[in-house]
Write a protein that binds this ligand. Structure first.
Ligand SMILES: Nc1ncnc2c1ncn2[C@@H]1O[C@H](COP(=O)(O)OP(=O)(O)OP(=O)(O)O)[C@@H](O)[C@H]1O
Length: 761
């Protein structure tokens, strides 16, 4: 255990004994002999929550790690290509659409410029207008913001040349907007098809990073102008050649954010005192990003240059937004394709900075001259050969000068930034090959592939990784690669290996404490506490009615004329049948629900005995449960009728087929703002009320990946004031972890049978 010497606290900061307690409690650090601390209580763990996580054999050397990781990346790449082939090029366009990888028969609805030089194309269904003159909804699909896509003629060959390629900018129920470098002159006035393209760039960058890691290890990695990359001290600690080190004296720092709690202050202190690598373990809602923002601002205040990264664009943007809000004068630049950035951070983007720079103004002068010369060329006659030659020479010179000026503008902006923000993939971009940093910060580190994390770490002397290895790991297509170690993140492995370099945040600011306690006891050794501002909050508060624990009663559940006219609800125990898709399904009864009882914080809606059986997709491996989906929607309607706005409610279900089914049921019920998504879609987010549909209902008691405690941890902890779990308690109780969840909800909340919600089931 490293010893720490702490400099005297600045006025207004905490006392020696406070600090000792914080360092011991959150960092597991030994302060004896350095501060006047009371003796540490025995049996306290040092921030290594989740030590039950399996510690697989891990490569002991950099070389072994690189060799294994290259194989795993190859496997993952092959799996992704195979999936894309199965879903698109090897099947008909119609089949690709039914698999969600293509959208057919689209038409161009709008073209706008303005996204920092890019053009935005809005595509809508060509089916004409739906009820009430509104645009028709797009069919269900698997496109997501930032996907790389191609637009082709709707009926053209599957692998034919695209009319144009671009990046998805925005997705609505009725439209998709893609950002393209330049709109093509022809080809957009016909029915169009949108195809998802494989993104090779990520893989190339991961391989590139592994090369750099080897060179850093051998001391030969340098920038183009010959400066050595500084990541070797981090490499040594990670690969066990050296213990992590703390500064001889913990730096004195005066918080920018005076509202930080003790565990957040301890995490900032650890990060500032670390000489190589520090981990901030942030369970749900504990203010991980709040702590990361403070760390970055403190680093800048002491003259450090910071590379601030995260696995996803949305997490980077979240960080950018919070940094800009906290320090308007911070010299910060956000790298990345403008279509991948939230509108509110565009002003911090590289493009926006470049457009404002002096070099860019000079480049614009060149452009104006080029335009002028082109006009003059058009006016020349066939005999003006000499002048034509001279003007063409000028054009070449000006084009070169324009390019140089633009490149200079980019370099100028990046070099001048105190904080460079980008995704981990962005950190491996050529734009940063000449850049070195004092500190690399990785938010959401528990969702990042280890190879990707190294892209940031190798460019800095010190690193801070923030995340929670007890929430969802990175998404990996190849099950085999995941099993062979690809799913294990650097954050997780360091949590187990370097508990003394880790600080855990323990006060959460999201959930009613009854919701939190399940997660805290199951996953965090009971160490979480709820901040007073949220500990008791309930749905009743946002309705303006007094909160009471009175038992809600169900008086009457309308006439529930939920009707399915296409497909049959098939009893399918053990059989694979096509999910009955309710192309015309109504929830007309829901609008008449009379019950307006109080909502408990926790609710278990049990479908056991209701005959709501799971059904597996005929094509694919996902499951749906039609009866359960009805119960979910009836309950959502009850929340809405009671005055909870639909946008404050989230429905989470682990199975994509159930997501699609519930979305269909939502249509036409004034519930467009109700968010329905898989667990992955909700990570990092929250809603006032969450309804979880567990889907699985079978005699064998098979629960599939429901038993993944990280997945269920994320689902439950998205709820601020109310969490309802809809499940077949008989089926899910075959799994010990889920049985404890059912027991906890029953003991600390309300229990109802789903038959009360859907009496005609
Ligand atoms: N010390 C604090 N005092 C009051 N509110 C806080 C404090 N720290 C964080 N919060 C609030 O708690 C919420 C969650 O904070 P933040 O987004 O930093 O958490 P996170 O751990 O990154 O979240 P997630 O679990 O979604 O990853 C925010 O609304 C934030 O303002």
């Amino acid at each position: 255990m490293p010893k720490v010497t702490v400099a005297p606290p600045a006025a207004g900061l905490f006392s020696d004994s406070d600090l000792c307690e914080v360092l011991r409690k959150h960092l597991g650090l030994d302060t004896t002999g350095h501060l006047s601390c009371p003796p540490a209580p025995s049996g306290r763990s040092g921030g290594n929550v989740g030590a039950g996580v399996h510690n697989q054999d891990e490569p002991a050397t950099v070389e072994a790690f690189v060799e294994l990781t290259r194989r795993l990346i190859d496997m993952e790449r092959a799996a992704e290509i195979e999936q894309a082939n199965v879903e698109t090029s090897l099947c008909s366009p119609e089949a690709a659409q039914s698999r969600g990888r293509a959208l057919l028969n689209l038409r161009l609805d709008d073209v706008e410029g303005g996204l920092l030089g890019r053009t935005l194309l809005t595509l809508v269904s060509n089916k004409g207008y739906g009820a009430g003159g509104a645009l028709a909804d797009l069919p269900p699909h698997k496109f997501g913001p930032h996907d790389v896509v191609a637009l082709r003629p709707s009926r053209g060959p599957v692998d034919g040349p695209p009319v144009v390629s671009g990046v998805i900018y925005r997705i609505r129920e009725t439209s998709i907007v893609i950002a393209v470098d330049e709109a093509p002159e022809d080809g957009l006035d016909q029915p169009l098809r949108l195809d998802k393209l494989a993104n090779e760039v990520t893989y190339q960058r991961l391989f590139g990073t592994l090369e750099v890691l080897l060179r850093v290890r051998s001391g030969t990695a340098a920038t183009p102008d010959g400066r050595l990359l500084p990541g070797s001290s981090i490499v040594d600690v990670v690969f066990g050649r050296r213990e992590p080190r703390l500064a001889d004296a913990v730096p004195v720092w005066d918080p920018f954010n005076h509202g930080l709690d003790a565990s957040q202050r301890a995490a900032v202190a650890l990060a500032l005192g670390s000489q190589d690598i520090a981990l901030v373990h942030g369970p749900p809602g504990t203010g991980k990003t709040t702590a990361v923002v403070e760390i970055i601002l403190q680093e800048v205040a002491r003259g450090s240059r910071v590379l601030a990264t995260a696995a996803s664009n949305i997490a980077v943007d979240n960080l950018v937004e919070r940094l800009v809000k906290a320090a308007a004068k911070l010299k910060l630049v956000r790298l990345g394709h403008p279509a991948r950035l939230l509108p509110q951070v565009l002003d911090s983007s590289l493009e926006a900075h470049v457009l404002r720079s002096d070099s860019s103004a000079l480049a614009r002068d060149c452009r104006a001259e080029i335009k002028d010369i082109n006009c003059r060329l058009l006016k020349l006659g066939p005999r003006d050969r000499a002048e034509r030659r001279a003007l063409r020479g000028d054009l070449r010179r000006l084009a070169k000068e324009e390019r140089q000026r633009q490149e200079a503008a980019v370099v100028e902006v990046i070099k001048g930034a105190q904080v460079v923000c980008c995704t981990l993939t962005g950190a491996a971009h050529r734009q940063l090959e000449s850049e070195l940093f004092d500190v690399a910060v990785v938010d959401e580190a528990a969702q990042a592939l280890e190879a990707a994390t190294w892209s940031a770490l190798l460019r800095a002397r010190r690193a801070v990784l923030a995340g929670d290895h007890l929430q969802l790991p990175p998404t990996i297509v190849s099950d085999e690669a995941a099993k062979m170690g690809m799913a294990r993140t650097l954050f997780e492995r360091l949590q187990l290996k370097l508990p003394s370099a880790s600080a855990m945040l323990t006060v959460q600011y999201r959930m009613n404490k009854v919701i939190m306690q399940w997660s805290s006891d199951e996953l965090y050794e009971g160490r979480l506490t709820a901040h007073d501002s949220v500990a008791q909050h309930t749905l009743e508060d946002i309705l303006g009615t007094p909160s009471t624990q009175a038992t809600p009663t169900v008086r009457k559940v309308g006439t529930n004329t939920f009707r399915v006219t296409s497909g049959k609800k098939t009893s399918s125990k053990g059989k694979h049948v096509k999910v009955a898709a309710p192309s015309v399904a109504t929830l007309s009864g829901c609008g008449q629900v009379e019950d307006v009882g109080l909502f408990p914080v926790l609710l278990l809606v049990d479908t056991a005995g209701c005959g709501f059986e799971e059904q597996q997709e005929a094509e694919g491996s996902s499951y749906a449960n039609f009866g359960e989906a009805k119960a979910v929607m009836v309950y959502v309607r009850r929340l809405v009728n009671r005055g909870i706005a639909a946008h404050n409610i989230g429905v989470i279900t682990p199975y994509n087929a159930q997501v699609a089914l519930i979305k269909e049921l939502r249509q036409g019920h004034d519930l467009a703002a109700l968010e329905v998504s898989s667990v992955d879609g909700f990570q990092g987010r929250e809603k006032e009320a969450i309804v979880i549909s567990m889907v699985r209902s079978n005699e064998a008691g098979e629960v599939g990946f429901l038993s993944d405690r990280r997945r269920m941890n994320v689902a439950v902890t998205r709820a601020r004031r109310h969490c309802a779990v809809v499940c077949d308690s008989e089926t899910v109780s075959h799994d010990d972890f889920l049985k404890r969840l059912v027991d906890y909800f029953t003991e600390h909340g309300e229990y109802r049978s789903a038959a009360e919600l859907v009496p005609d089931a």
